[in-house]
Design a protein around this ligand. Structure first.
Ligand SMILES: CC(C)(COP(=O)(O)OP(=O)(O)OC[C@H]1O[C@@H](n2cnc3c(N)ncnc32)[C@H](O)[C@@H]1OP(=O)(O)O)[C@@H](O)C(=O)NCCC(=O)NCCS
Length: 190
């Protein structure tokens, strides 16, 4: 039995274009970039400190409940991370993509797949997410996923939104989240 959430661990979750899988030692470079890249860290308090980076460089990337890498299934390249935890006493979702992989719908696709899994595997009735108010992309993603604002709060010297959604509420369909303007829905026949 694992500490949090479910006895089924580790878990692999396929999405239409990615796989959500446990992180491994081959992901170390990508993990370090996620914690230090100035674009990724813009709304996450900047790059982690030297000690945290050193710890990541030296320690094995062990299995921690709720911590996954997002990877392309063809070559297993890691493109980001997604996390569920109970650090605030409630099920909380967080995510980050490496900058070259944003703007392609991968975050929405991963969150939909993960929350669908959580809805079946976990007993929580809701999930929260916290985003800096200025982090427009993250707030837009959470709204697209059906999150609404519970309250604003100030943390780490900046304005944050604590957002929530019931876990059982239907999520947007993957097909819908993957649709782009270049790929409009087929015309309906009358
Ligand atoms: C927050 C973050 C994950 C959002 O990533 P994202 O790629 O913008 O999110 P989505 O998956 O929803 O992608 C949506 C964008 O992809 C575009 N897109 C392109 N191809 C697409 C496709 N095939 N399907 C769906 N959307 C597609 C959409 O049009 C949309 O672009 P727009 O916002 O310019 O309209 C990302 O900016 C990030 O990692 N930031 C750094 C870490 C961070 O801040 N994490 C949040 C902590 S609270």
């Amino acid at each position: 039995m694992t500490k949090e959430g479910t006895s089924d661990w580790p878990v692999r979750i396929p999405t239409p274009r990615l796989v959500i899988r446990p992180p491994g030692d081959a992901d170390r470079e990508a993990m370090i970039r996620l914690l230090t890249d100035p674009v990724t860290r813009e709304y996450l308090g900047g790059s982690v400190d030297y000690a945290s980076r050193q710890a990541l460089e030296l320690s094995p990337l062990g299995l921690t409940w709720g911590r996954w890498a997002l990877a392309h299934p063809e070559d297993d390249t890691m493109i980001g991370s997604i996390t569920l935890d109970y650090d605030r006493g409630e099920l909380q979702l967080s995510y980050a993509l490496l900058p070259e992989w944003t703007g392609q719908g991968y975050a929405a696709e991963s969150c939909i797949a993960l929350l669908t899994w959580a809805r079946h595997a976990l007993e929580d009735d809701h999930v929260i997410a916290i985003s800096q108010t200025r982090n427009k992309r993250s707030v837009a993603l959470l709204r697209k996923l059906g999150f609404t604002v519970r309250k604003g709060l100030e943390e780490f010297g900046t304005q944050q939104l604590l957002m929530e959604r019931p876990l059982a509420e239907p999520l947007p369909a993957q097909a819908q989240s993957l649709q782009t303007e270049a790929d409009p829905p087929p015309p309906t026949r009358r």
